[in-house]
Write a protein that binds this ligand. Structure first.
Ligand code: CA
Length: 442
């Protein structure tokens, strides 16, 4: 169920004035959690919350004695180097912490106690917000699946299972990095269509995938399932995810078991976790399946889910070439996908993932799959934009790209806005491509 409370009141203002500026990603209605490195030598990662362009450290709120009850316990769990203990507590604790932080940070709150303890975001480095145990990547945009399928099977782009199962593969959590960390072009086996044998070489067709990342809360026991109606209580929150993809490595290796080296060399996520509760105003009707499409099986549908399973999120992916960075040009927007076009909801993905009894642990993570809309300007990967590298994109300065080159920076953003609710943003997910290093095969 969607519970709206006074933390969502669009008229709320904070004494942290930067959060009240129109267009701020982090107004008082957002209050996302993250982890930053504190101290002279950045030796102490600690849990925090974003407000405007400032950070509030959870341990500071505790030291000042500003939190009570469940909120105090939640802050104690979230004050350490990862948010996993906070994620484990469950939605009652998260909600109480959000409410007390909202009261402390709103006009008339704890300005006297906290103002001197605010930390400017610009002066710190953010860390991964959780120790991510397991990572799964879904494939839930039917537009993306159709576009990619069309490149390989023009007459039969969607495989028969697509409209029945939220498709996914198990990804690699060890190579997930926080926004701002460079990503190295991978080496891998490449085989040109007309070549007899593969060679080991640097990827020539490096791509991004614009996705939503989902952090799991308390989780379930092995052998237990997660009912669709309970799925929201198992989701701690959301971030932006760039699932870097080496298309030439992928093309040679993906059959029969799916992506491997093409995906496991790097994944970049944005640092702030937008909580499930902060997203409440942006829950909406599910994507309406076209007439003739099958209904999902019973465990993946319900009346409530049809009304509230969708998420109204706008995304944007942009590229900044080395030349553009040198000239301080604005990164050029390549695609503006919308999440409400997704064929499967985050709740269906989670419920299906657990339907065989697979257990989730606090801090486990999954990606939505590349988010692509039906229009040409709503595509979430270069593979789709350039039709598999056949049509180059041109930037305002005349440079062109089919796939990413060394030094290119990919910048993703996401935000939610609608009448009657405060606009909230996700911040940025950015990373620059470093050259491959290694040796070619002869
Ligand atoms: Ca992906």
């Amino acid at each position: 169920m969607i519970v709206l409370n006074d933390t969502h009141d669009p008229n709320l203002k904070s004494w942290v004035t930067s959060s009240n500026i129109t267009g701020s990603d982090f107004p008082i209605q957002n209050l996302p959690f993250g982890v930053y490195e504190k101290g002279k030598n950045k030796e102490r990662p600690c849990g925090c919350v974003a407000i405007g362009d400032q950070i509030v450290t959870l341990s500071d709120c505790l030291a000042k004695g500003l939190l009570t009850g469940k909120a105090k316990k939640a802050a104690e769990a979230g004050a350490g180097p990862t948010l996993n203990p906070l994620m484990a507590l469950g939605s009652g604790y998260w909600s109480d912490l959000r409410r007390q932080l909202s009261i402390l940070l709103r006009v008339g709150g704890a300005k006297t106690e906290l103002q001197e303890l605010l930390v400017p975001m610009s002066g710190v480095e953010m860390c991964l917000p959780a120790a991510i145990g397991d990572y799964t990547d879904f494939y839930s945009s039917i537009n993306h699946a159709t576009n990619v399928g069309s490149l390989f099977r023009p007459d039969n782009p969607l495989l028969p299972n697509y409209k029945h199962i939220p498709i996914a593969y198990h990804g690699r959590s060890s190579s997930i990095r926080i926004s701002g960390t460079p990503s190295k072009r991978p080496f891998g086996q490449l085989k040109a269509p007309d070549a007899e044998f593969p060679v080991l070489d640097a990827c020539k067709r490096l791509d991004y995938e614009t996705e939503l990342g989902v952090f799991i809360g308390p989780g379930n026991k092995l052998g237990e399932t997660i009912h669709l109606e309970d799925a929201a209580d198992h989701i701690f929150g959301f971030c932006i995810l760039n699932d870097w993809s080496a298309r030439d490595i992928q093309a040679w290796e993906y059959q029969p078991l799916g992506p491997f080296i093409a995906k496991n060399f790097a994944t970049t996520i944005s640092p702030w976790i937008i909580t499930m509760e902060a997203m409440a105003p942006y829950r909406q009707k599910m994507f309406q399946r076209p007439d003739g499409d099958p209904k999902p099986l019973d465990y993946l549908t319900s009346v409530v889910h049809e009304e509230t399973g969708g998420l109204d999120i706008n995304l944007e992916v942009a590229i900044s070439t080395p030349q553009m960075q040198k000239n301080r040009d604005t990164p050029h927007v390549i695609g503006s996908p919308i999440f409400c076009d997704m064929y499967w909801s985050v709740f269906q993905m989670l419920t299906h993932h657990a339907s065989g009894g697979c257990d989730f642990r606090p801090g486990d993570f999954f990606g939505s799959g590349t988010i692509s809309g039906a229009k040409k300007n709503q595509l979430g990967s270069l593979l789709e934009v350039t039709l598999g590298g056949k049509e180059a994109i041109e930037f305002p300065n005349g440079e062109t790209r089919t796939f990413l080159e060394d030094g290119d920076e990919v910048v993703m953003r996401a935000w939610c806005h609608k009448d009657g609710a405060a606009r909230i943003g996700f911040g940025e997910c950015r990373s620059v491509i470093l050259p491959a290093s290694g040796s070619k095969s002869k």
